[in-house]
Write a protein that binds this ligand. Structure first.
Ligand code: RP5
Length: 166
């Protein structure tokens, strides 16, 4: 049963949103992924978001650009955590979606990640699930350790290239 719901407002968001799916795949976390527009398909959107918890979804990752009301409306209809990803857009460089998703009025929280921050959204979803999943928690710790080792390796290579790194 899918534990994470990934939803985006348009197929134009897919290049970013697929990075969330890839990260969840890496941790063997089941997800469902949909393209549903809150403003173009409001009835379908309501049905999907209202039914998500009953389908076993524990966290929703919602990506949207421009006016970007999709994550906020997910949070209005779904009782568990919602993570919003603001999409970069040409006219306002993603600041439109960033401010829209970030500035939720009190009472309806959306955890907002960076513009196009799909990878962090998925990692945050994994961490939320890890609150009650020891095995996943261990995998996340290994992931962090591997990241640290990768940076150490890059630092070591600097020294090999003749740079002083005390
Ligand atoms: C939002 O409007 C979508 O999330 C997308 O980022 C943006 C533009 O949508 P398209 O015109 O590319 O379908 O609904």
């Amino acid at each position: 049963m899918a534990k994470v719901g990934i939803v985006m407002g348009s197929d134009s968001d897919m290049d970013v949103m697929k990075k969330a799916a890839e990260l969840l795949d890496q941790f063997n976390i089941e997800y469902e992924m949909r393209i549903i527009s809150a403003h173009r398909e409001p009835d379908l959107f309501f049905e999907w978001a209202r039914g998500a918890a009953d389908r076993g979804i524990k966290v929703i990752i919602a990506g949207a650009g421009m006016a970007a009301h999709l994550p906020g409306m997910c949070a209005a209809l779904f009782p568990l955590p919602v993570i919003g990803i603001p999409m970069y857009s040409k006219a306002l460089n993603g600041n439109d979606a960033l401010y829209s998703i970030l500035q939720m009025p009190p009472g309806i929280p959306v955890a907002t990640v960076a513009i196009d921050g799909a990878k962090n959204a998925a990692l945050l979803a994994a961490k939320i699930l890890a609150v009650s999943d020891e095995g996943l928690l261990e995998e996340l710790k290994k992931y962090s350790e591997a990241q640290a080792r990768a940076v150490e390796e890059k630092d070591r290579r600097l020294a090999e290239q003749g740079y002083k790194n005390y």
